[in-house]
Design a protein around this ligand. Structure first.
Ligand code: EPU
Length: 432
């Protein structure tokens, strides 16, 4: 069991490099299952969600060769099974992309579902199922296994999504790539990683148009062959470091980003008084003190991303006046608020809105991450706080952030990763 220990109150200075986008990587890796030949994928983030997905592909018979720490060759030519029902599947949420990839390649799929959502509520997949059904698949879910069958191949169709679901758009785009005929996904999600997946598939021989708009048109192709692809930078990782600088103070260049993808985040920081200067492939962030309050509502791209909601809420705890943060994508994503309250934050939840009264400072405390972005928010709170913050549950953070401790240390944070033996944890529990 690892914990992060942070001594807060140190401003951040220097440069930090952003890794490849987690949510693009977890779609592109399953997509490699549909390619005949070797896919070279560059700029892969070194995070546990990526290694978990790669081990699932390996278990299915894929050959994976590490070219360097960020580049791999994946050859799925020898994968001969449409079953992916391993225990490892339950560790990551993106495992459902194997349904689209396997249905596309084999016309059938048996895939273990990930467990329930840990940031609150359930994560339904009815839109994925509706889409595959429209494409001729018969789907059943039994004992946590999704089984999908076709009469040989998916058939192109027109699918209207009830909400702009990222996962359904990606999954249906995967299936449609090798389907027979045309597929239209209407009310499609427009996130940068959806465009990235379409670019990856097109570079391997797919015929996808309109990704990045709300109607995606996919002409099914017979096969895709190998090639090279480099994953886009992680918009949310970049936003997280921007929030860290805005909250803890300092002046940091955030490198290897696409500033256009960050606009929805940068604009909010500017409203809060933070200086954000866009360069060609970096943004410079300079804090101001104190932050101005803000009112934020999360929305699908190009709205303010839900995956930045906990991080921005953490720094609004220190803004002047009353801020509101309304969650517009997920039913409930405020579990981390109880942890921030232990650090002195004054946050009240009313329905889907957090009402945050700015306070002069947060105080370090022992707290626990319950999910990935909540964990990032707690790290940011720890960097801003007076005194020591000890954060448990860091495996969630490591699912999606590459070397966060190293990156933050390199810009002046006092943060370390500390191994705590399980026995000690047990004793601590018993002592309570
Ligand atoms: N929804 C349905 N039915 C569906 C699909 C979605 O009702 O069939 C609802 C969800 O309950 C939610 C909304 O639609 O209220 C949006 O869900 P979406 O499908 O867009 O989310 P997702 O694909 O499951 C991805 C990211 C999440 C991110 C959301 C929203 C991946 C692997 N996950 O999830 O990322 O919050 O899009 O942008 O790409 C994270 O990185 O921390 C993370 C949780």
């Amino acid at each position: 069991m690892t914990k992060y220990v942070i001594n807060g109150g140190r401003p951040l200075h220097g440069e930090v490099e952003i890794s490849g986008a987690k949510n693009a990587a977890v779609a592109i890796i399953p997509a490699a299952l549909m390619v005949d030949g070797v896919c070279r994928i560059e700029n892969l983030p070194q995070i546990s969600d990526v290694s978990t997905l790669l081990s699932i592909l390996k278990e299915m018979g894929a050959e994976i060769r590490l070219v360097n720490k960020r580049t791999i060759d994946i050859d799925c030519t020898r994968v001969g099974t449409s079953r992916a029902t391993f225990d490892t599947m339950r560790r990551i949420r993106a495992s459902y992309y194997l349904i689209g990839a396997l249905l596309g390649r084999f016309g059938s799929a048996d895939v273990a579902m990930p467990g329930g959502c840990n940031f609150g509520g359930v994560r339904p997949i009815d839109q994925h199922i509706k889409g595959f059904h429209a494409m001729g698949a018969h789907i059943s879910i039994r004992n946590g296994i999704v089984s999908a069958e076709t009469d040989g191949q998916l058939i192109g169709s027109t699918i209207y999504l009830d909400m702009a679901s990222v996962g359904a758009t990606i999954n249906l785009m995967l299936g449609a790539t090798l389907a027979q005929g045309m597929t239209y996904i209407e009310n499609a999600a427009r996130e940068p990683h959806i465009v990235d997946l379409a670019n990856f598939l097109n570079s391997m021989g797919a015929d996808i148009r309109g990704a990045g708009t709300n109607v995606i048109k996919i002409r099914g192709v017979r096969r895709m062959t190998g090639g090279f692809y480099s994953i886009i930078p992680d918009q949310i990782e970049a936003g997280t470091y921007m929030a860290a600088v805005a909250g803890a103070g300092g002046h940091v260049t955030i490198k290897d980003v696409i500033p256009k993808h960050l606009e929805c985040i940068s604009m909010k920081f500017r409203e809060m008084g933070v200086t954000v200067v866009d360069r060609e492939d970096s943004v410079i962030v300079k804090s101001s003190e104190p932050l101005a309050r803000s009112h934020i509502k999360t929305m699908p791209y190009p709205g303010f991303p839900t995956d930045m909601q906990p991080q921005i809420s953490a720094i609004l705890c220190l803004a002047r006046g009353t801020s509101t943060v309304t969650e517009g994508v997920w039913g409930n994503r405020f579990k981390y608020v109880d942890e921030l309250a232990q650090m002195g934050a004054d946050i009240r939840i009313s329905g889907n809105t957090a009402i945050i009264e700015g306070i002069p400072y947060l105080t370090g405390a022992p707290i626990k991450a319950g999910d990935l972005r909540a964990g990032a928010a707690l790290v940011i709170a720890g960097l801003c706080a007076r005194g020591e913050t000890e954060i448990g549950g860091v495996s969630y953070i490591e699912r999606g952030y590459e070397k966060m401790v190293k990156k933050l240390s390199s810009i002046g944070a006092d943060i370390k990763s500390v191994y705590v033996p399980d026995e000690q944890q047990l004793e601590e529990k018993e002592a309570v």
